[in-house]
Design a protein around this ligand. Structure first.
Ligand code: LMR
Length: 397
């Protein structure tokens, strides 16, 4: 009954932003949610996105419904970014792609599609993984199991454990893999390890979902495609979910894509139609604005070059703040956190305990998740000193 409805205490990640906003201490730093902030601590709007929005406004962009599968011009643009300009799988028409509500929407679409059509009911997530992975697949009716991933003692990926756990999965299980910039740990696989993962997935008869929410934040748009390329080369069917939240700064527009690489064009056409059916049943059709922005930028050589340059600058800045953090920590006498330099993307698994993370918050107004994740993309010259002092204080006792 309604009398039994329990209060939802909030999301562990978004809840931190609420706590941060309510904190009235002057020197507070939000390293909770995965958003990229610039050197001034502001959420930047890529110049190309601003130009595209202006152009769309001048053209009086239509507010009509768009097709269930998404804006028609968005689909090839998304495929080109995810699979590469000259990808044979694109030319062969073997990919079924639909526009989604960000990366989360892609996960939900795939989860529903596989559950209903393929009877999939087990999902394997990395230990640890982004908290919403379990929530989305759990909500879609899956049992959640874990494969080993983070080796806490050695600050690296437990590749052998990961492979053994994937090989032991039951046929039809869905394996969610982080294509780059693993969330929350920041530890990624190299090219040779990806080959071994594709073999393990195939051996188990499982199906991979590559979550690529951070394309461009590790080494580059092309380089960050290594997992996608390796799965394509393996010849197996697999999903990729990609997001424009982070690399275009379009967080609130909810724009992303879901692609399933199929055996042939006919299969792709049939799968595509079923994905549209899932969209229709979930929310009818996706919103237009974000897709119009992305398509405008990617189709215009000048805007695209400008966006790519800004994305490269974001990546470089994140690398620089990782270095500033470790240099500062060394000066403060904390010399055992250099592993932060081996991690990729926005997140760093700091190795701090839940109690230390809570002390960072309560005693120093530095916000990260209880599991020890900090979003290094929120650091800048102006706040890194405070964060260093805070970490040094909580590790000293
Ligand atoms: C994060 O992990 O902080 C981001 O992906 C934002 C979110 O939706 O949780």
């Amino acid at each position: 009954t309604f009398d039994d409805v329990e209060f939802y205490p909030g999301d562990p990640i978004f809840g931190l932003t609420d706590m941060f906003n309510a904190d009235d201490r002057e020197q507070k730093v939000n390293l909770g949610v995965g958003i990229y902030l610039d050197e001034m601590g502001r959420l930047p709007l890529p110049q190309a996105v601003g130009v595209a929005e202006k152009r769309l406004a001048e053209q009086g962009a239509s507010h009509n419904y768009i097709p269930m599968g998404g804006l028609p011009s968005f689909i090839p643009a998304d495929q080109e970014l995810v699979f590469g300009a000259d990808a044979a799988v694109v030319a062969e028409g073997r990919i079924a792609t639909v526009q989604t509500l960000g990366g989360s929407g892609a996960l939900k679409e795939a989860a529903d599609f596989l559950h209903v059509l393929m009877d999939a009911n087990v999902v394997a997530l990395s230990d640890p993984s982004w908290a919403n992975h379990a929530a989305i697949f759990g909500g879609a009716g899956y049992d959640v199991v874990r494969y080993r991933y983070y080796d806490a003692a050695n600050h690296r990926v437990d590749v052998d454990g990961m492979l053994a756990d994937i090989r032991a999965l039951q046929p039809g299980a869905v394996v969610v893999l982080h294509a780059c910039c693993h969330n929350p740990t920041g530890y990624d696989l190299d090219a040779e390890q990806w080959v071994r993962v594709t073999e393990a997935v195939e051996q188990a008869g499982a199906i991979a979902f590559l979550d690529m929410a951070y394309q461009g934040f590790s080494r580059g748009l092309d380089e960050d495609r290594v997992a996608v390329d390796t799965f394509v080369a393996s010849g197996q069917r697999f999903f990729v979910g990609n997001s424009f939240s982070k690399n275009f700064g379009l967080y609130g527009e909810r724009i992303g894509g879901l692609s399933l690489v199929c055996r042939d064009a006919d299969e792709a056409r049939r799968v595509s139609s079923q994905l549209c059916k899932v969209v229709r049943a979930n929310y009818s059709c996706p919103p237009a604005h974000g897709a119009q922005i992305v398509t405008t930028v990617l189709a215009d050589a000048e805007l695209r070059a400008s966006w790519e340059a800004e994305l490269a600058a974001m990546r470089d800045r994140i690398r620089a703040v990782r270095e500033a953090l470790t240099a500062g920590l060394h000066e403060a006498g904390v010399t055992d956190m250099d592993f932060v330099l081996d991690q990729n993307g926005m997140f760093s698994y700091s190795g701090l305990s839940a109690e230390q993370m809570q002390r960072l918050r309560t005693e120093h107004a530095v916000y990260g998740t209880d599991e020890g994740r900090i979003c290094v993309a929120g650091l800048n010259e102006g706040n890194v000193g405070h964060v260093v002092k805070a970490i040094a204080a909580v590790v000293s006792r």
